[in-house]
Structures are given as structure tokens and as C-alpha cells.
Design a protein around this ligand. Structure first.
Ligand code: C2O
Ligand code: CU
Ligand code: CU
Length: 534
């Protein structure tokens, strides 16, 4: 552990002031995580019915394989990655789309109402399972870690797409290995379209950009660096030193001088972006995690936390050819994203954990270039943003009588706790049980522990999207101005000191689902809980 901590003094300080029991506990967690996820043998939770069901007639059927591979990412030697590859067995020819130059999984393009069967083939040397982030699917299709299948095994998913048009995604979800597997390249976009969105005739084709933002760190032989056994990296979350856009480092994209639709997914393990366009290009936000907003929102800055999506339009009409439009993550104070001190661990006041991570990544809040759009002389798509994008808000209202549950978030016993607990594979607490179709308010309270340790946590709920009802508390935070809480969300960023109330109407599918922090290292360390829909 901690071989890459920058100085011996720091390592000593950690070792002498951390409770020995906690240290041992952490070491055993690390050992488990390092042992290729053998903590929970797949057979212990084998799902009873793993054959495709004869009564389910899919409109779309595909095979999705996770396997080690290689990608040409940087100039010079290829990078060893793990990648999803897809094969269409049945359905529309454009169901699977491989983005040029991308080693990420194929974009899966689905229509609302389609019945989908996916044959997942785990060809990794360790267990895995795929989760369809944002989709409301039956329990057996949700990719719960207890359903992880071992190396060489398969898993069959069957579900109907009931979600609204929107930008969703898929990624592995085996316990303690989600961060490592996503980092190695296992992630892809899942785009749902429907008639309501078609009617808007949003910019498409070359004018639509699918951008998965992920920070990565490479060694001098072009290999990905990730240290799942580094305590600082696990507590703080992995941070790389450069941003990739759908697998390409800082791309420059030629575009026509017209409207562009940019769909964003923050697929990073732990980085929170504060996004802006150069030359005062304003963004018109039209959607978030769960599809289109009711009305467009104009803002200059967008905060995007791990797991979150954004759908936005920018107008480059009249921009002179060759004028580079940069997309950047702006500087913000590190403490606004994270742990503000480690006094209790013998660290000096004000020494952020990211600064001493010793992994070579750059801290949260460091300015980073993401990509550049370069307009051509050719005039692009003309477009007028409608005042009303979708009708969905009519179905939503704050329910004053909804049951409210408080979910404190705090760092204790060397772990990030959710509702005072850590993850237990098959367990749910009484307050984590909800009736199918019922509406509840969950109140996430981001508290500081006795050592002043506190971080921003993007909290994700599986199943249906929720609405953000209210934010309160917290102090001045540079990330707050860019927050987009509108529309249906499935990840909400809870800033240090804040209480965020969300209202969720739970799925009609009964079973065991998850809610967790989408900083993947926090999730892997147990900042995750089940809820049961009864
Ligand atoms: Cu995208 Cu349970 O996660
Ligand atoms: Cu999810
Ligand atoms: Cu977290």
C-alpha cells in the first residue's frame, strides 16, 4: 500500500496516526479488491433462470462481450484495455454504433418500447456483470453485484425499454471492481429515442457529438495507471492527468458553422468537471440524466459529476472558419469537491488529500482542456430552440405528504457511510424498503466527520429517475453555479455540508436495487446500499 506516496514523511504520518485496526481493515479490503474480485464467488448467488425465456420475443437481440484488448490511444505503443464489443443478432441495423477512434463499448441505440435481449459474455479473467445505468428494468436485468458471473461465463438480460428518450449508459457493476473495470475501458453509451424527441428535429448526423468524459493516467509506455490498492486513491477517488473524450485524448473536431448538439456523460471515476466553452459560447441545456427538460435552460457553466449526463446545444453560426472553440473544465478550489483536511490523520491543516495522492493525477478543480471544435467555412444547420421541449412535467408535482427519509453521509471507521451503513450484499434495512410505485422523499445530508473530512458525493439511484426538490446548507462553493438540477435525474451531486432532497416514485418492478455514490472508488469501498421494492 502507498508505495507511490510522494514522501516518506507522509507515509509515516499516515501509519502512525491511523488506528491500527482501521489500517488492517483497509489492507484487507485492498487485498480483496486486488485479488480480482474473488470476494463473492458468483455461484453463491447464481440466478436461477439463465436461459433466454421462450415467452420473451425480443425486437432487438445482441451479444455484448467484455474482454481484454488493445487500443491505439496515444502515439507510439498501443494501450492494453478491457473493452466491450457488440454483435447484433436481431433488430435494426443501426442498433450498434462504434464511434470512430473509440475503444469504449459500442453506442447502443434503442427506441422506447423495444424489447431487448442482451447476451453478456464475460471473457475477462475475473467476475463481472453489466448494469444499464438509468434504465428502469426488472431486478434480474439490473446488474446487481450479487449476480456477477465468473470468468468465461454468460448472463442473459431481457427487458423492455420504458424510459424516455435520453442519454443513458452501461458499465460493469461487480462489487469492489467497478472502478477498475470502468477505468480499463468497460463503459458505453446507451441512447434511447422516441417520437417526442424526433418531433423536435434536433441537430443530428455530423452536428451531434457523443462525448464520454473520462480522465486517465498513462505511464511512459502508454499503459493505463490505476492503483486500486492505494489508500489515498480509494478514499479520494481516482484522478488522472488528462481528459479523454469517448476514448480520444483532447480531440479537435471539424464542424460546420451552425448548431451543434453535444451529449455528455461524465464517465470518470471521480472527477467533477466545471464545463465552459471559450469565446463566450453559451450553452442551451435541453436535457439531463433522464431525457429532455420541459424547457431549455441557458447557462455559461455546467457542473457535471461522475455518472451524470447532459444534453446541450451550442450555436456556432457565423463563427469564422478556423476559429477554435475550446471546451474546458475551469479551475475551482479543490476543497469544493473534496476532503478539506486530514488533521486527524496527522496531516497538516489545509493539505488536501488529492494533493498528496501520490498517483500522478491532477487534483479535482485543476483546469483541464477537454476538446476543441473547429468550424469550417461551410454554413451548418440552422435551428431555433423551441420554448417547450417536452410535456413530461405535467406528470410531476411535489407530494407534500410523501414519506421523508434522512440519509446522512459521513466518513467514519475509514469508510464512507450511507445512512450510517456500509454495503452488505444481500441486506436491506427497514427504511430501505419501499412499495412498488410509491413516492418517497430521500434527504441526503452531507456531514463532516470529527476530522473535518468531507467530500462532494454524486449520489445515484437505480431504477427510476427522481426529481431534485431542494438544496440547503453548505458554504460558498464554486461548483454550485453550474449545477443543473432540472428534469429527471438519476445522479445528484451533494456538495460538502449540503442537504439535498429528492423525490422518487419507485419502479413497479419488485426486487433488490442499489443506491450509491458514483465516485467509483467510494462505491467499491462500500458507499452503496440496497433498497428493496416490495
Ligand atoms: Cu452507474 Cu450503480 O451505477
Ligand atoms: Cu445505475
Ligand atoms: Cu462519494
Amino acid at each position: 500500500m502507498n508505495r507511490r506516496v510522494t514522501g516518506d514523511g507522509e507515509r509515516l504520518a499516515v501509519n502512525t496516526t491511523m488506528h491500527r485496526r482501521d489500517l488492517l481493515r483497509f489492507l484487507s479490503l485492498s487485498a480483496v479488491a486486488g485479488a480480482a474480485g474473488r470476494a463473492y464467488p458468483a455461484d453463491a448467488f447464481a440466478w436461477p433462470d439463465q436461459a433466454p425465456s421462450s415467452s420473451f420475443i425480443p425486437d432487438v437481440e445482441l451479444a455484448l462481450t467484455a474482454a481484454p484488448g488493445e487500443a491505439n490511444i496515444l502515439s507510439g505503443a498501443p494501450t492494453r484495455v478491457w473493452r466491450f464489443t457488440g454483435q447484433l443478432i436481431k433488430g435494426p441495423a443501426d442498433t450498434l454504433r462504434v464511434l470512430p477512434g473509440s475503444y469504449l463499448g459500442p453506442v447502443i441505440q434503442l427506441r422506447r418500447g423495444q424489447k431487448v435481449r442482451v447476451r453478456f459474455q464475460n471473457r475477462l479473467a475475473e467476475q463481472s456483470i453489466v448494469h444499464w445505468h438509468g434504465l428502469d428494468v426488472p431486478e434480474a436485468a439490473d446488474g446487481h453485484p450479487r449476480l456477477a458471473v465468473g470468468a468465461g461465463r454468460d448472463y442473459v438480460y431481457e427487458f423492455e425499454v420504458t424510459n424516455r428518450a435520453g442519454t443513458y449508459w452501461y458499465h460493469p457493476h461487480p462489487h469492489m471492481r467497478t472502478g477498475a473495470q470502468v477505468y480499463q475501458g468497460l463503459a458505453g453509451l446507451l441512447i434511447v429515442s422516441d417520437a417526442e424527441e424526433d418531433a423536435l428535429r434536433l441537430p443530428d448526423g455530423e452536428a451531434e457529438h457523443l462525448c464520454v468524459l473520462q480522465d486517465r493516467l498513462f505511464d511512459d509506455r502508454n499503459q493505463l495507471v490505476f492503483r486500486g490498492d492505494n489508500m489515498m486513491e480509494m478514499m479520494n477517488g481516482f484522478l488522472g492527468d488528462r481528459v479523454m473524450v469517448s476514448g480520444r485524448p483532447q480531440p479537435t473536431i471539424d464542424v460546420d458553422a451552425g448548431w451543434q448538439r453535444i451529449r455528455l456523460l461524465n464517465g470518470s471515476n471521480a472527477r467533477i468537471y466545471k464545463l465552459t466553452w471559450s469565446r463566450d459560447v453559451k450553452m442551451t441545456l435541453i436535457g439531463g440524466d433522464g431525457g429532455l427538460f420541459e424547457r431549455p435552460v441557458r447557462q455559461a457553466v455546467l457542473t457535471l459529476a461522475p455518472g451524470q449526463r447532459a444534453d446541450l446545444l451550442i450555436d456556432l453560426t457565423g463563427v469564422p472558419a478556423g476559429t477554435d472553440i475550446h471546451f474546458d473544465s475551469q479551475a475551482y478550489p479543490e476543497a469544493d469537491a473534496g476532503i478539506v483536511g486530514m488533521m486527524g490523520m496527522g496531516m497538516g491543516r489545509g493539505m488536501g488529500m488529492g494533493g498528496m495522492a501520490g498517483t500522478g493525477g491532477v487534483r479535482n478543480g485543476a483546469p483541464m482542456r477537454i476538446m476543441t471544435l473547429r468550424p469550417r467555412a461551410r454554413q451548418g444547420i440552422a435551428f431555433a430552440v423551441p420554448d417547450r421541449l417536452s410535456a413530461f412535467d405535467e406528470t410531476w408535482a411535489i407530494r407534500g405528504n410523501a414519506t421523508t427519509r434522512q440519509v446522512p453521509i459521513v466518513f467514519a471507521r475509514m469508510e464512507w457511510l450511507l445512512g450510517g451503513r456500509t454495503f452488505e450484499m444481500g441486506q436491506v434495512a427497514p427504511e430501505e424498503t419501499v412499495a412498488a410505485g410509491s413516492t418517497h422523499v430521500w434527504e441526503f445530508m452531507n456531514l463532516a466527520n470529527g476530522m473535518g473530512m468531507q467530500a462532494a458525493h454524486p449520489i445515484h439511484m437505480h431504477g427510476r429517475q427522481f426529481r431534485v426538490v431542494q438544496r440547503s446548507g453548505g458554504t460558498t462553493n464554486a461548483l454550485r453555479t453550474g449545477l443543473a438540477d432540472q428534469g429527471w435525474r438519476d445522479v445528484v451531486l451533494v456538495l460538502p455540508g449540503e442537504t439535498v432532497r429528492v423525490q422518487a416514485t419507485f419502479s413497479r418492478h419488485p426486487g433488490l436495487y442499489l443506491y450509491h455514490c458514483h465516485i467509483l472508488e467510494h462505491e467499491d469501498m462500500g458507499m452503496m446500499r440496497n433498497f428493496r421494492i416490495s
